[in-house]
Design a protein around this ligand. Sequence first.
Ligand SMILES: [Zn+2]
Length: 278
Amino acid sequence: MFEIPEYVTIARQMTESISGKRIAEGNLGNSPHKFVWYNLKPAEFAAGVKGKAVGKAYTRGRWLFVPVGDGHVLVFGECGGKILLHESASLLPKKYHLSLQFNDGTALSATTQMWGAMELYEKGRELERQYIRGMRTTPTEPEFSSTYLSALMKEAIANGNKTVKAILTQDQMIPGLGNAIAQDIMFRAKLHPKQPLEALQRNHVENLHQAILRTLEEAIRLGGRNDEFDLYGNPGRYVRLMDNNAAGHPCPECGTTIEKASYLGGACYFCPSCQRLL
Ligand SMILES: [Zn+2]
């Protein structure tokens, strides 16, 4: 699944390479998939994008916004899989869930792996969509301070998200983070995934805040994780510290064997020495 670094990378690359192109034809896919969320019928989508110019893409949390003409916004949300630019429409993949063919002969395809939204809205209406409406502050926004994080923790505890992994990955408390990047954040912050938030002192909150920002900065600088692909079909260059490859191997900090545990809908990878429960 894409998380913030992958979305930021694809939005930047879209702005570099498709902004200003005019859409000759749009298509809502040739491969039915019940977990792709569309808001329009194929003919409505085709009519909505035809002849329009693509604007500058931007992203928030796990949502990517692509202006289409002056009056519409194409929205990709909570996707995994691939969003790819093709030099020629003849290079479109066999199966995809959305395509745009441009006047200059190039094309874009989007294919989701598990689920994801691919929706076209009249400009402004996308902000009313569930999960976009009321989205909390994301860590790429300046308002995401350690004071903000500290207040969010109190809310998370009240909501039942009482541990470090829970605030990082559950209920979009911190939009755009997911199970992949959260492992490295917890390792950098030296916090155990099951660490109760209530026991954290001010310095722990500041370490966690710093770890979120540093990990995202690095993953964005490196074009996303190396198990995801960018707009040009290249894998990202961010190699996770704590993932399945690390389990059973020595911790890069202290040499203790990295452990794997299943917790809150996904595997956790952590160093039992560096990330002791407080
Ligand atoms: Zn360690």
